[in-house]
Design a protein. Structure first.
Ligand SMILES: Nc1ncnc2c1ncn2[C@@H]1O[C@H](COP(=O)(O)OP(=O)(O)OP(=O)(O)O)[C@@H](O)[C@H]1O
Ligand SMILES: [Mg+2]
Length: 263
C-alpha cells in the first residue's frame, strides 16, 4: 500500500538547489503545481511518473513510502501506481468510446461482468465532469477537449484506479472543476494538478511553486485563502456564463454586475 511519495530535491536550470530539501506527499493530498511557462512544471510531474533516481536533468529522486520504488513498478505497466494525463492528448485510436474503455478495462479486470460495471461507472463519472454528455458509440477522435479530459480523468480514477493521478493543465478543457475536485476527494488517492487556475489552486491542500526549473516555495492553503475560494468560484462561474453566451453567438446585454449578482 502506498502511503507517501517523497520528492528528494534536486536543482534548477542554473544548478542552484531547490527551496525545500524534500517534500512528502501523503495519500489523500490534493496538490497543485504552479509557475510560469517554462518553469519546470511538466518536468516535475515527469520526474514523479518516472520515479526519478537522480539521473534526470533535475537530479531529483522520488521515493515511495520513504524508500526506492520496487522494481515491479517499472517491469510491469499494469502494476505502475501512477496515471499521467498529459498536456497534449491526441488519439491515434479512432475506436468508439465504449470499445476503448472496454479494452482498457479488460486489462485490469477478471470477468466480463467486471468490465461492464467498470465501463458504466467510468462513463457516469466522466459525464458528471462535462456539460456535453459522452456516449459509448461516439468515436474517441470526435470528442471535444472537455469530453476528452473528462473521459481520461474518469479512466485514470476508475479503470486504472491507481493511487496516484497526475494531471498536466486541466483548466481550458471545459470541465466542472469544483465538481471534479469534490468527486476526486472522495477517493483516497494523491492528485497532482499542474494548473494556473485559481479555483483549482485554492481547492488544493497546498501548491508547489516552480521557478527556473526548481521548487521555489510550497504554499499551504490557509483560512484566508479558503475564504477567497468561494468568491473566486462565483467569479469564475460568472465568466463561464459569459463564455457560453459568446460561444452560442449571443450578445452580452445588461449590466455586467448583474451576471455576477445572479450567482
Ligand atoms: N531543473 C531543471 N534542470 C534543467 N532543465 C530543466 C529543469 N527543469 C525544467 N527544465 C527544462 O526546461 C524546459 C521547460 O520545462 P517544462 O516543460 O517542465 O516547463 P513548464 O512549466 O511545464 O512549461 P509550460 O507552462 O509551457 O507547460 C524543458 O526543456 C525542461 O527540460
Ligand atoms: Mg508544461
Amino acid at each position: 500500500m502506498i502511503e507517501t511519495i517523497t520528492i528528494v530535491s534536486g536543482h534548477g536550470k542554473d544548478g542552484t538547489p531547490e527551496a525545500v530539501d524534500q517534500l512528502e506527499l501523503r495519500m489523500g493530498d490534493v496538490v497543485s503545481i504552479v509557475g510560469p511557462t517554462g518553469s519546470g512544471k511538466t518536468t516535475l510531474i515527469n520526474d514523479i511518473e518516472l520515479f526519478a533516481d537522480g539521473t534526470t536533468p533535475t537530479g531529483r529522486r522520488v521515493l515511495i513510502n520513504g524508500a526506492a520504488p520496487p522494481d515491479e513498478y517499472r517491469e510491469n505497466p499494469a502494476n505502475h501506481p501512477i496515471a499521467l494525463i498529459t498536456q497534449h492528448t491526441t488519439f491515434l485510436s479512432d475506436l468508439p468510446v465504449g470499445e476503448f474503455l472496454a479494452t482498457h478495462a479488460r486489462i485490469r479486470s477478471k470477468t466480463e461482468r467486471d468490465v461492464e460495471a467498470l465501463l458504466e461507472e467510468t462513463l457516469e463519472f466522466a459525464n458528471q465532469l462535462t456539460g456535453e454528455p459522452i456516449q459509448t458509440e461516439m468515436r474517441m477522435t470526435e470528442l471535444s477537449g472537455g469530453q476528452t479530459r473528462a473521459l481520461l480523468i474518469a479512466d485514470a480514477t476508475i479503470i486504472c484506479d491507481t493511487p496516484i493521478v497526475l494531471l498536466d493543465e486541466v483548466e481550458n478543457a471545459g470541465i466542472h472543476r469544483t465538481r471534479a475536485l469534490e468527486l476526486l476527494r472522495r477517493r483516497r488517492k494523491i492528485f497532482i494538478f499542474v494548473t494556473h487556475d485559481p479555483r483549482i489552486a485554492l481547492l488544493s491542500d497546498y501548491r508547489i511553486v516552480m521557478r527556473g526549473g526548481k521548487i521555489a516555495d510550497v504554499l499551504y492553503t490557509d483560512a484566508a485563502e479558503r475564504a477567497y475560494a468561494h468568491e473566486v468560484s462565483k467569479l469564475d462561474d460568472a465568466l463561464c456564463i459569459l463564455r457560453d453566451k459568446i460561444r452560442h453567438g449571443e450578445r452580452l446585454t445588461g449590466h455586467l454586475l448583474e451576471v455576477f449578482a445572479c450567482n
